[in-house]
Design a binder for this molecule. Structure first.
Ligand code: C2O
Ligand code: CU
Ligand code: CU
Length: 473
């Protein structure tokens, strides 16, 4: 193996030197992706009502998945899936109990990313599920219609557990989302897309980041869409809605259609946008979601590639082969959001994303500190309107995710955010040197004992210290 050395320059002035081993790439007999590879749709998990509470039972298992012809890959998955887990569809106002049983040989957790829930129901680093144990997230759904997701959140091993296949979607519906004239037929014209990339060695998932890859992100050369390599989907010639999750560990995707076809973004992480925003490219960093509407009514007979322009990964071939039946017409007004007023802000908190330490013991930091699960970093008063200023002090990309609630971006690099960032978000991208100003308010759930987390959602960064904890008091 070749030894390489890399320099990282922090804008704060520190120069750190690392050495890491380059990967020996085995190029011999690359396994072939499955042929005739139709897009798998994660099944909807039906809840079972008991005494007014809707129960969803999920098991976390070791599994084997067909990514390639003639060979199986060891994975982790939920329920009967062999990669990823089923989709939950929850309704606002309903009390739910999401029950996870851990059938792995190791402890994990299961966090509801984007879910507005009490801290002890959050599934963060403290709600550990030991092997053979069960843990339930029980709460009343109280937020806007949106596309959220569940994934492990265990100290130091989140990246690996997600890499092995543990993730699934949580769709929240409300009376507004059900009444809008938009596509709603799950898997037919309302299609979930969990986008990831993976590295395989001998057809097995290979999670072995070097120090350089911990910093720059562990990026796979194989794109996965709902666990399939370069699949296709057949759709009708009409409006199609895609619910897109960047479920990758560290890739920032710049998504769009190869032929430049435009589409409308209708939702950000935690809610519909007030009005659709027309785009040809959509940037999505790890953990972020977007819903888009694509009008294929004039595309009958065409095959259009949906890809990542950053890496040229082909995520989906959309074949417009079917004649439209249930035609929708997405309206110009999707939702009325309540906006927090910066003039009402009572406090400003600053968070800097950086690193510290020296060769061999480098840690990623927020405000100079690496994650310590026994330390509470911030005490946030319930219902207080706050400005959070996040600054990326490094030259590499990061993002910033807050548990417990959504936020709004009020400034990006001292300017108003792009129209498709003017919605409810829980994760915001920060390129090297970027600064964002967020407005945020913690509501409903006060608990001085049990913390929530904020962190970079590049999973290698999160696992290597770029995370902090807050309580709502
Ligand atoms: Cu998607 Cu703290 O996580
Ligand atoms: Cu989260
Ligand atoms: Cu990061």
């Amino acid at each position: 193996m070749k030894r390489r050395e890399f320099l990282y320059l922090s804008t704060a002035g520190a120069v750190l030197l690392f050495s890491g081993c380059g990967e020996a790439l085995t190029k011999s007999s690359k396994p072939q992706p499955l042929k005739n590879n139709a897009l798998p749709i994660p099944p909807l998990l039906e809840g079972v009502e008991k005494n007014g509470v809707i129960h969803y039972d999920l098991t976390i298992n070791k599994a084997k998945h067909s990514f390639f012809n003639g060979t199986l890959t060891n994975t982790y998955a939920l329920n009967n899936q062999s990669y990823l887990g089923p989709t939950l569809k929850l309704e606002v106002g309903k009390e739910v109990s999401i029950n996870f049983t851990n059938n792995l040989d190791e402890a994990t957790t299961m966090h509801g990313h984007g879910m507005h829930v009490p801290a002890i129901m959050d599934g963060g680093v403290h709600q550990i599920i030991q092997p053979k144990q069960k843990w339930s997230a029980r709460y009343t759904v109280k937020q806007y219609a949106s596309t959220n997701w569940y994934h492990p959140h265990i100290m130091g091993k989140t990246a690996e557990h997600v890499y092995m296949g543990l993730a699934g979607l949580i769709i929240v519906e409300d009376s507004n989302s059900k009444s809008l004239n938009i596509p709603k037929d799950y898997g037919v014209d309302d299609i979930p897309l969990v986008l990831q990339d993976r590295k395989f060695t001998n057809a097995q998932l290979d999670y072995s980041p070097s120090r350089r890859e911990i910093m720059q992100g562990y990026i796979g050369d194989t794109p996965l869409t709902n666990g399939a390599i370069e699949p296709f989907v057949e759709v009708e010639n009409k409006e199609i809605r895609f619910r897109i999750l960047n479920g990758s560990n560290a890739s920032v995707y710049n998504l769009g259609f190869e032929n430049g076809k435009s589409f409308k973004q209708i939702a950000t992480d935690n809610a519909f946008l007030e009005s659709p925003v027309t785009l040809t490219n959509l940037r999505l960093s790890p953990g972020e979601r977007a819903e888009i509407i694509v009008d294929f009514s004039n595309d009958f007979g065409k095959s259009i590639l949906f890809k990542d322009f950053n890496s040229n990964k082909k995520f989906l071939e959309v074949k417009v082969t079917k004649t439209a039946t249930n035609i929708t017409s997405t309206p110009n007004q999707l939702v009325t959001l309540t906006h927090l007023d910066p003039n009402n802000a009572q406090n400003t908190r600053r968070f800097t994303l950086d690193m510290s330490g020296r060769m061999g013991s480098m840690r990623l930091t927020i405000n100079g500190k690496s994650m310590d699960k026994n330390r509470i970093d911030e005490h946030i008063p319930l219902n207080q309107v706050e400005i959070w200023e996040i600054e990326n002090k490094m030259m590499i990309n990061h993002n910033f995710h807050i548990h417990a609630t959504h936020f709004e971006i009020i400034e990006r690099n001292d300017k108003a955010p792009a129209p498709n960032e003017r919605g409810y978000k829980d994760t915001v991208f920060l390129a090297g040197g970027d600064k964002v100003k967020l407005i945020v308010k913690m509501t409903d759930y006060q608990d001085a004992q049990n913390p929530y987390m904020y962190h970079c959602h590049f999973l290698e960064h999160e696992d290597n210290g770029m995370m902090g904890q807050f309580v709502v008091v």
